[in-house]
Write a new protein. Sequence first.
Length: 191
Amino acid sequence: MGDPEILNELKNGNEDAFRMVVEKYQKFVLNCSFKFVRNRESAEDITQEVFLEVFESIHSFRGDSQLSTWIYRIAVAKSLNYLKSQKRKKRFANMVNIFDDKNAELERLATEKRDPHQEMENQDRIKVLTWALDRIPENQRVAFTLSKYKELSYEEISQIMGTGIPSVESLIHRAKTNLKKILTSYYEKHL
């Protein structure tokens, strides 16, 4: 069953259709949330919130975009709201860093045959890049993350962020420029 049929069944209250949506997009939403919050438990909580909102607000979905884009937009918004609430509560100490053993990037690196020295260098690079990403404006970080980590097109990013494609291009360009400055400064001080 394709998205249009699933959507129609979902709007009619079909629980099997809802289960299909969860099964189809759960991993997608979990990975999206994890990229922002970098904590498996928080990402799982956000994923549940996303699907609760999908269930509760499916009747407001107008079909202006694909179902996956709408769900992704909810996931990004919930993830950003979570981060904002964490900043307000100043709970940065509770956040798990990027080296959580469930992190997909590290799992990918670990499966590659590398010597321990190379592995440590890769982990250091990921840590520094994550640190740098946390220092650029939120809208730039979101656009850059969706482009580079999730490999979404500018059009998909513009739909998720609710902005035009030229704005997305500008945000990604500024993110790259800012990251270059931050990383250059970091490596000049630490090398």
